[in-house]
Each structure stands twice: as C-alpha cells, then as structure tokens.
Design a binder for this molecule. Structure first.
Ligand SMILES: *Cc1c(COP(=O)(O)O)cnc(C)c1O
Length: 373
C-alpha cells in the first residue's frame, strides 16, 4: 500500500520524548519549548520577529485572529478552498470568515474576488499557501497594505518554503504554522505564530497560558506564577515539552533530508505528469522554493472519480484537499464561488511523504496515464 501521507518519526524522536519523561520530568511548557522556539527562529533567520509555539496550527490561527479583530472590524477574507481549521479558528476567535474564491491555476486566494469582498468591517486577509505555494505573495501584501488590512498567513503547508529568497515566516505580518502529524515537520501536534507586532506577541504569549500575564517568562525559568494578573480571555493552548522535543528532532531532519526529499518527489511527479492530456498541474510562484506538504493535481473531463477508484483499487491512497468550506452548513454563503466549486470536482491529491521512492511515483503515474486514456 502507498499511503497518502505519513508521520515519519523514529528512534530519535522516541529518545527525545524519553528524555522529557524520564530525565527532565517536566511535561508542561518549559525549556524544550523555549529551545524549539529558538531553533525555529534560527532556522527562519528571524531578526525582529518572535516565535510563539502553541499546541496546534488551529490554535495559532485562533490566537492570531483574536489578537487583531475588534467588534467593528471582525471580517477575515479567506479562501474557501482550505482546511476546515482556517474557518473554525476564525469563528472560535469571534471573527467572521468571508469565503473567497481562488485563482484557478495557482489555487491561491484570488485578489480580484477579494476586492469584491471588502467591507468597512474587513480586518484581514488570510491567504493559505495551498500545497506550499506562496503564489502572488508580493501582490497579496500590496493589496492588503493598499486597503489597510492585516495579513494572517495560513502557512500550515509551507514550513521551510521560501519566497524571494527568504523563508516563509521571516517577512510579512502574522504567519501561522502547523506541526501536526503529517506536516513538513511534526511535533506530534503543534503550531506556531510568528510576528514582529508587539501587541500580537504579548497577547498570544499570555493567551496560550489562560491569559496569565508574563507566565511564559516564568515557565521558561522553571517557575510558576502564584501571584498573577489576567486581563484577557485566555486558553490552554501552550505547547508541551513532549511535543517540543519531537519538533526539535524533526527540524533537524527537515534540514538534512525531508526538505530535499519532498522537493525531489514533487519533481518526479511533475516530470511524469506534465504533458499528459487531461491533467493540469498547479501553477507555482516563480520566486519561491516549494517544499510540498501535499501534491494535488487536476483531472479534467469528469474523470477524477474514476481515476481515484483505479488508484484505490491498486492500494494507493488519495485525497481531496479540500471540501470547500462555503459548502458546509456552518459556513454556507448566499453566493457562489465558481472557480472553487469547479476545482472541487477536479482535484485529487496524490501520495507524498519522505519515505516514498521514485518507483512509487512511477507506479502511481503509470496507473493514472493508463486510466486517463
Ligand atoms: C493542518 C492545517 C491547519 C491546522 O493545523 P493543525 O495543527 O492540524 O491544527 C490549518 N490550515 C491548513 C491549511 C492546514 O493544512
């Protein structure tokens, strides 16, 4: 069987967890989290930005949204073609997701459609780097700045990727990563918020620990706050030492192997599929380095479901990223998003994880080529 995705962890992660459990003995947010934040900061070459680790990518988005919205400005323009998490995080924070269409070729937030969705309540745009593609990055930022909007990047797919020779997260406004089990790196579960906005940093640092002021600093010193103050709604969103220990090992593996391997697998796929009639590949941002988290392709002429069945019949798992959020009851819109709805009929995600081989990809692509005729 070829799996769609996979947590690639081993003895190194197990030993790191063992150290937390047996040697250190403190499972909460402590020095491992502090070290993980520092290593992320070094990896991304951050200068004025800070890293705040939390227990999921969803929690990162939730806190990011909550830190910038007000009663009068609470709308977030977000592509419907994203993981449910982006939408649920916005509503959990008290925001209103405004479902937006994507550009057909890149599958990234469409600026033309976003313009139509702006109101005097719009607080931010939330571009999603779908399949790790920071497409139109500069134009999206220019659009936001012209309209006085914040940018919260849902960069859950894009850890390790680059735009204009800078790592995603090192530039921009507020960037949110996910380290869940199958992302470019995993910490078991986890996420991070990255920004240089002091208001956002202070809010998120406290809010991850029930809103207790300056609790992060105390915990990194190995202390607890018995006398404390609370001003804002807080959550139990902090990252555990156990998760951070896994994340530290994974970050090294990304640098050494995972990154290169994912890029190579993507190139194999592109070589096999680029000139096949009836198949369209995602258009990537030129000035970028893409370390793909997933590899979605489009299959035209109503053949997607047939090919999906053929692949599954050969023990090859596939996915559909994503069911558009505006088609769900909770987020139903009174307008259509024609490109998103069309893509939803065409997209199929092919297997991609660092333990795959060139042979796996040849096998997958030969089944696709045979069945598309
Ligand atoms: C994974 C993911 C998230 C959320 O991350 P979790 O860590 O799973 O909570 C958010 N947005 C997108 C696009 C994702 O793929």
């Amino acid at each position: 069987m070829i799996r769609l995705s996979k947590s690639v962890v081993g003895i190194e992660e197990a030993n790191a967890v063992k150290n937390v459990l047996i040697k250190d003995g403190y499972l909460g947010m402590g020095k491992y989290v502090q070290e993980f934040e520092l290593e992320i900061s070094n990896f991304l070459s951050l200068t004025d930005k800070k890293v705040i680790c939390v227990n999921s990518g969803t929690a990162a988005l939730h806190l990011a949204v909550q830190s910038i919205i007000t009663d009068n400005k609470n709308e977030i323009i977000v592509p419907s073609l994203t993981y449910l998490s982006s939408f649920q995080a916005i509503t959990a924070a008290g925001g209103v997701p405004i479902a937006c269409d994507v550009d057909e070729n890149s599958m990234i937030l469409d600026i033309e459609d976003a313009i139509k969705k702006i109101t005097n309540k719009t607080a931010a745009i939330m571009p999603v780097w779908y399949a790790s593609n920071p497409y139109n990055y500069d134009n999206l930022y220019e659009f936001a700045s012209k309209n006085n909007l914040r940018v919260i990047e849902d960069a859950a797919h894009a850890f390790g990727c680059e735009i204009n020779n800078n790592k995603i997260g090192s530039k921009g406004d507020i960037i949110c990563f996910s380290f869940d089990g199958i992302k470019n790196i995993t910490s078991g579960e986890g996420g991070a918020i990255i920004t240089n906005d002091d208001c956002v940093i202070n809010y998120c640092k406290d809010a991850r620990l029930l809103g207790v002021k300056k609790d992060t600093e105390k915990r990194f010193e190995g202390e607890r706050s018995w006398e404390f103050q609370v001003e804002n709604q807080g959550y139990r969103f902090h990252m555990s030492n156990i998760f951070a220990a896994i994340g530290i090992v994974q970050l090294n593996k990304l640098k050494e192997r995972f990154g290169k391997k994912r890029i190579l697998l993507k190139e194999f796929y592109i070589n096999e599929l680029k000139n096949i009639k009836g198949i369209l590949l995602q258009k990537y941002e030129i000035n970028s380095l893409i370390i793909p988290h997933i590899f979605p392709i489009r299959i035209l002429n109503n053949k997607r479901d047939f090919i999906k069945l053929e692949l599954e019949g050969n023990d090859i798992q596939t996915g559909i990223h994503y069911k558009p959020n505006h088609l769900l009851k909770k987020f139903k819109t009174d307008y259509n998003l024609p490109i998103t709805e069309k893509l939803y009929e065409e997209i199929i995600t092919l297997p991609l994880h660092p333990e795959m081989s060139y042979e796996d990809i040849k096998c997958i692509c030969s089944i696709i080529k045979k069945s598309i005729k």
